[in-house]
Design a protein around this ligand. Structure first.
Ligand SMILES: [Zn+2]
Ligand SMILES: [Zn+2]
Length: 147
Protein backbone atom coordinates (compact mmCIF):
# COMPACT_ATOMS: atom_id res chain seq x y z
CA UNK A 1 0.00 0.00 0.00
CA UNK A 2 1.24 3.49 -0.83
CA UNK A 3 0.07 7.03 -0.18
CA UNK A 4 -0.14 9.48 -3.08
CA UNK A 5 0.28 12.98 -1.66
CA UNK A 6 -0.98 14.50 -4.95
CA UNK A 7 -4.29 12.58 -5.03
CA UNK A 8 -4.44 12.28 -1.23
CA UNK A 9 -5.42 8.61 -1.38
CA UNK A 10 -3.93 5.20 -0.63
CA UNK A 11 -2.89 2.99 -3.55
CA UNK A 12 -2.92 -0.79 -3.03
CA UNK A 13 0.16 -2.88 -3.78
CA UNK A 14 3.59 -1.39 -4.54
CA UNK A 15 3.21 0.35 -7.92
CA UNK A 16 6.03 2.63 -9.08
CA UNK A 17 3.57 5.20 -10.43
CA UNK A 18 0.26 6.38 -9.00
CA UNK A 19 -2.45 4.82 -11.20
CA UNK A 20 -4.62 7.98 -10.85
CA UNK A 21 -2.21 10.84 -11.52
CA UNK A 22 0.83 9.03 -12.97
CA UNK A 23 3.26 10.55 -10.47
CA UNK A 24 5.95 8.63 -8.62
CA UNK A 25 5.98 8.35 -4.83
CA UNK A 26 8.66 10.62 -3.30
CA UNK A 27 11.32 9.56 -5.88
CA UNK A 28 12.05 10.61 -9.46
CA UNK A 29 12.33 7.73 -11.92
CA UNK A 30 14.13 7.92 -15.24
CA UNK A 31 12.81 5.91 -18.26
CA UNK A 32 15.17 3.07 -17.26
CA UNK A 33 13.65 2.90 -13.76
CA UNK A 34 16.57 4.31 -11.77
CA UNK A 35 15.58 5.78 -8.40
CA UNK A 36 16.60 9.37 -7.73
CA UNK A 37 15.93 11.82 -4.91
CA UNK A 38 13.13 14.26 -5.66
CA UNK A 39 15.47 17.28 -5.96
CA UNK A 40 17.71 15.99 -8.81
CA UNK A 41 17.32 17.28 -12.41
CA UNK A 42 19.30 14.51 -14.16
CA UNK A 43 19.29 10.79 -13.34
CA UNK A 44 22.25 10.11 -11.06
CA UNK A 45 22.78 6.71 -12.79
CA UNK A 46 22.39 7.38 -16.54
CA UNK A 47 22.14 11.18 -16.80
CA UNK A 48 18.68 11.18 -18.39
CA UNK A 49 16.74 14.41 -17.90
CA UNK A 50 13.42 12.66 -18.64
CA UNK A 51 12.53 12.18 -14.98
CA UNK A 52 9.09 11.47 -13.56
CA UNK A 53 7.18 14.04 -11.52
CA UNK A 54 7.04 12.97 -7.90
CA UNK A 55 3.99 13.56 -5.73
CA UNK A 56 4.46 16.78 -3.72
CA UNK A 57 6.38 16.61 -0.48
CA UNK A 58 4.18 16.77 2.60
CA UNK A 59 4.81 18.49 5.92
CA UNK A 60 6.76 16.21 8.25
CA UNK A 61 3.81 15.26 10.46
CA UNK A 62 1.51 14.34 7.54
CA UNK A 63 4.26 12.34 5.84
CA UNK A 64 4.96 10.53 9.13
CA UNK A 65 1.29 9.67 9.65
CA UNK A 66 0.90 8.38 6.09
CA UNK A 67 4.16 6.42 6.18
CA UNK A 68 3.21 4.90 9.56
CA UNK A 69 -0.30 3.95 8.39
CA UNK A 70 1.14 2.27 5.27
CA UNK A 71 3.44 0.17 7.51
CA UNK A 72 0.94 -0.45 10.34
CA UNK A 73 -2.19 -1.32 8.31
CA UNK A 74 -1.00 -4.79 7.18
CA UNK A 75 -0.11 -5.61 10.82
CA UNK A 76 -3.55 -4.43 11.99
CA UNK A 77 -5.25 -6.65 9.37
CA UNK A 78 -3.02 -9.63 10.31
CA UNK A 79 -3.75 -9.00 14.00
CA UNK A 80 -7.51 -8.97 13.36
CA UNK A 81 -7.31 -12.25 11.40
CA UNK A 82 -5.14 -13.93 14.06
CA UNK A 83 -7.35 -12.78 16.94
CA UNK A 84 -10.48 -14.00 15.09
CA UNK A 85 -8.91 -17.45 14.51
CA UNK A 86 -7.65 -17.67 18.11
CA UNK A 87 -11.05 -16.56 19.42
CA UNK A 88 -12.75 -19.35 17.45
CA UNK A 89 -10.23 -21.93 18.70
CA UNK A 90 -10.69 -20.82 22.33
CA UNK A 91 -14.48 -21.16 21.98
CA UNK A 92 -14.02 -24.92 21.36
CA UNK A 93 -13.84 -26.52 24.81
CA UNK A 94 -10.58 -28.43 24.37
CA UNK A 95 -10.72 -29.96 27.88
CA UNK A 96 -14.17 -31.42 27.26
CA UNK A 97 -13.10 -32.77 23.86
CA UNK A 98 -9.98 -34.37 25.40
CA UNK A 99 -12.01 -35.91 28.23
CA UNK A 100 -14.45 -37.40 25.71
CA UNK A 101 -11.64 -38.87 23.58
CA UNK A 102 -9.88 -40.32 26.66
CA UNK A 103 -13.16 -41.86 27.87
CA UNK A 104 -13.81 -43.53 24.47
CA UNK A 105 -10.22 -44.79 24.40
CA UNK A 106 -10.53 -46.32 27.88
CA UNK A 107 -13.87 -47.96 27.00
CA UNK A 108 -12.48 -49.62 23.84
CA UNK A 109 -9.26 -50.61 25.61
CA UNK A 110 -11.26 -51.97 28.58
CA UNK A 111 -13.48 -54.16 26.36
CA UNK A 112 -10.47 -55.56 24.52
CA UNK A 113 -8.70 -56.17 27.84
CA UNK A 114 -11.78 -57.89 29.37
CA UNK A 115 -12.18 -60.25 26.36
CA UNK A 116 -8.50 -61.20 26.49
CA UNK A 117 -9.02 -62.28 30.14
CA UNK A 118 -11.78 -64.80 29.25
CA UNK A 119 -10.74 -68.48 29.11
CA UNK A 120 -10.55 -69.78 25.50
CA UNK A 121 -13.73 -71.90 25.83
CA UNK A 122 -15.79 -68.96 27.10
CA UNK A 123 -14.31 -66.72 24.42
CA UNK A 124 -15.36 -69.27 21.78
CA UNK A 125 -18.86 -69.37 23.34
CA UNK A 126 -19.13 -65.55 23.33
CA UNK A 127 -18.01 -65.46 19.70
CA UNK A 128 -20.50 -68.26 18.79
CA UNK A 129 -23.37 -66.42 20.54
CA UNK A 130 -22.32 -63.23 18.80
CA UNK A 131 -22.26 -65.02 15.44
CA UNK A 132 -25.70 -66.62 16.10
CA UNK A 133 -27.11 -63.22 17.10
CA UNK A 134 -25.63 -61.70 13.97
CA UNK A 135 -27.13 -64.50 11.81
CA UNK A 136 -30.50 -64.17 13.58
CA UNK A 137 -30.58 -60.44 12.92
CA UNK A 138 -29.58 -61.04 9.33
CA UNK A 139 -32.15 -63.89 9.04
CA UNK A 140 -35.03 -61.71 10.23
CA UNK A 141 -33.80 -59.09 7.84
CA UNK A 142 -33.94 -61.64 4.98
CA UNK A 143 -37.41 -62.85 6.06
CA UNK A 144 -38.79 -59.31 6.24
CA UNK A 145 -37.45 -58.74 2.77
CA UNK A 146 -39.11 -61.95 1.47
CA UNK A 147 -42.56 -61.01 2.88
ZN1 LIG B 1 -1.71 10.20 -7.47
ZN1 LIG C 1 18.55 6.51 -15.12
Amino acid sequence: MRWCAACRRYVSGHPRYCPTCGRTFSVRLCPRGHHNPRHVVFCTHCGSDNLSTPAPAEPGLDAGVHRASVIVTPFVIAGLVISTVLGTLILIDWMQLMRFLVAVGFMLGGCYWAISFLPPSVRRFVLAVGRRLFNAVRGTGDKSRQH
